[in-house]
Design a protein around this ligand. Structure first.
Ligand code: SF4
Length: 374
């Protein structure tokens, strides 16, 4: 038995059941993005998706039988997940989902709200009825697609069971949005946020530190903060830019039209953005591996100082300490700044640093290490 699944999901949906309702990205033009390059966008039919939901229900049943068979009385634990993995990806995926409580579902791919509202409502209702343990349904959506829906349509989706929209904002600067061909505007982002909130759907915005390059770093930080201040999303997630090969942004970098920020410049940009956020009640999350400071997490306004102090702690380090942290972080030795206090980890990174003799060599090493997360 098989179901169709797309290539990506947000980091926070790692334990979610992935259910594909459209294929690929209907826009597919963002200058930094390679995820769906050369892939054709299409909608799946309601019947196709419902068949996948039925398949998941059947696979879940089989997995519970495995659990009974090995004496676990229907409970799905790590042993059952390992057993299910022997039967292929889908049994493994469903077992993993059951193990995590079978509560969350993420609808793929890049812009599910482009579906007819009535079709999406049917899918979500069917999902909630067929898999009654589901407590949260989330999806990606583009801002301009959301603005084309009425608030009543969004309310219908929420009543059917759509809980959260993950949205790639990337920047609140129209200059940057235009350069990277995002195909949306700051005003559309604000309008979309307002409609989503009016429909009682939770909103998570993704922003991309570094996306303005050296040319527009200040503008990117300040204008993004201004849009966030108006949109007041429930969550704000950092996903630091990495310039990928074979993208228009890489061509711009090669031609000199775009100058990427170094690690410190990205952190300075993040500080400017965070210190410019006011009057919002957003939770900041830094759960993407591309971010240097993964501990940059907290709820505004109460944890504003904690966030800024984390940044200042990093920026206050000596050049050698920063080099040690950057290398250790990108090599996967450190997760957070406090990991540098671990003598085994820090001396291991020191040994790596001994092979690096110039700032250029460090830059090359960091770029290569970062590419493993792409
Ligand atoms: S909208 Fe998202 S998936 Fe589509 S091209 Fe842009 S970043 Fe990539």
């Amino acid at each position: 038995m098989l179901i169709e699944q797309g290539p990506i999901r947000p980091p926070s949906e790692a334990y979610s059941l992935l259910l594909r309702v459209t294929r690929n990205c209907p826009w597919n033009k963002c200058a930094f993005c390679i995820t769906y390059k050369n892939e054709q966008f299409s909608r799946r039919t309601v019947e196709e998706v419902q068949r996948d939901i039925d398949t998941v229900a059947k696979v879940a049943e089989q997995i519970r039988k495995i659990s009974w068979h090995i004496g676990l009385g229907g409970e799905v634990n790590g042993q059952v997940v390992n057993e299910a993995a022997r039967y292929g990806h889908l049994p493994y995926h469903v077992a993993h989902w059951l193990y995590s409580g079978a509560r969350n579902v993420f609808l793929q791919d890049a812009n599910s709200l482009i579906m007819k509202t009535s079709d999406l409502v049917k899918i979500i209702q069917y999902l909630r009825t067929t898999l009654p343990s589901v407590a949260r349904v989330t999806t990606y959506a583009r801002a301009n697609t959301v603005t084309r829906k009425s608030t009543d349509e969004l309310r219908e989706l929420h009543e059917a069971g759509l809980d959260r929209i993950h949205m790639g904002m990337e920047s609140g600067s129209d200059t940057v949005l235009q350069i990277i061909q995002k195909g949306i505007t700051a005003n559309q982002l604000i309008e979309a946020a307002q409609k989503i909130k009016d429909a009682n759907i939770s909103l998570c915005w993704y922003i991309m530190p570094g996306l303005g390059g050296r040319e527009h770093t200040r503008k990117h930080a300040l204008e993004t903060a201004a849009v966030i201040n108006q949109g007041n999303p429930d969550y704000l997630r950092f996903r630091t830019l990495s310039v990928l090969k074979n993208t228009p942004l890489h061509d711009m970098m090669t031609s000199g039209a775009f100058t990427p920020l170094d690690e410190d410049e990205v952190v300075i940009e993040q500080r400017l953005l965070l210190e410019s956020l006011t009057g919002i009640t957003t939770t900041v999350v830094s759960d993407h591996m591309r971010n240097l400071l993964m501990e940059l997490e907290g709820t505004l306004p109460i944890e504003r100082d904690k966030l800024l102090n984390t940044i200042d702690r990093y920026l206050g380090m000596t050049p050698r300490e920063k080099a040690n942290f950057q290398l250790g972080r990108r090599a996967g030795v450190y997760s957070v700044l406090d990991d540098m206090k671990n003598p085994i980890k820090s001396s291991y990174v020191e040994k790596l640093l001994k092979n690096i003799h110039t700032p250029e060599q460090l830059k090359t090493a960091l770029t290569e290490l970062r590419s493993q997360y792409e």
